[in-house]
Design a protein around this ligand. Sequence first.
Ligand SMILES: [Zn+2]
Length: 266
Amino acid sequence: MISDMDRYFAFEGLHRELAAIVCQARAQVPSTANRLNYLNSGFALLAPWDGNRDLASFEIIHQSENYRKGSLRIYLLFSDDAKIGGLAENERFFKRKMKTRGFYSADTHMITIYVDQDQETLRRQAFILLHELGHVPQFMERGIVFTDTILPNQERILMEKEMWTADYQIALAIGGDRYRQLAKANTERLAAGFQRVQPAPLAEGAGVALDHCFGLAVTPEIRKERDWLFDVYCTLHAIDSFSCDQSVLEAKKCEFIARCGMAEKI
Ligand SMILES: [Zn+2]
């Protein structure tokens, strides 16, 4: 059973790591500073309400000093949350949530980050929180926070294109010289492939480069995920490196994002 204190301290660690990433990335990717500022402008931490059969119920366990009604809500999802209440439907609800590492729900103005220290490093979790924070202004600008508006798929693809483009740039900013060298070599290889038809995916194990950004991958699953992630970053970077019309580049990135399925989960 995860105590409120456990959740609070987990968030404290994540918040500190997030600030460290922003400190490293803000010069190259200024939007990262805005994302941290938005979080710091007021938030509440949530926990699932133990024993409640209403699956959507959460309670506030901590409010920042400047919290006000309508502030962002953050829920750190722990594996143990699936056991809350001992109900099969609760377990299904939380296990469904665990399929993605993080997501933003505009209807409840809530970011969920799946926190599992055995699986991913704190730095990677903070990076995911930074990504989800980036989605918040996208929904706010469209005036659809606290509504159950379902966006057309093309709109979600545009949002993810913007976020994943920033993600690869943030990785370049925080990964140090070694990461930048590895990313450059792989990006160039992909860009050369694009000149012909479709580049082959990067070699298995190439994602080890991301250890320079996120720390050591501790499981084979994480290693595999980093291979995929590195391929995505380098592909987007390779597309951006073409010298052609900006609208062609953007369309090509959208096509790639759609193919990877990022827009299915914001
Ligand atoms: Zn996203």
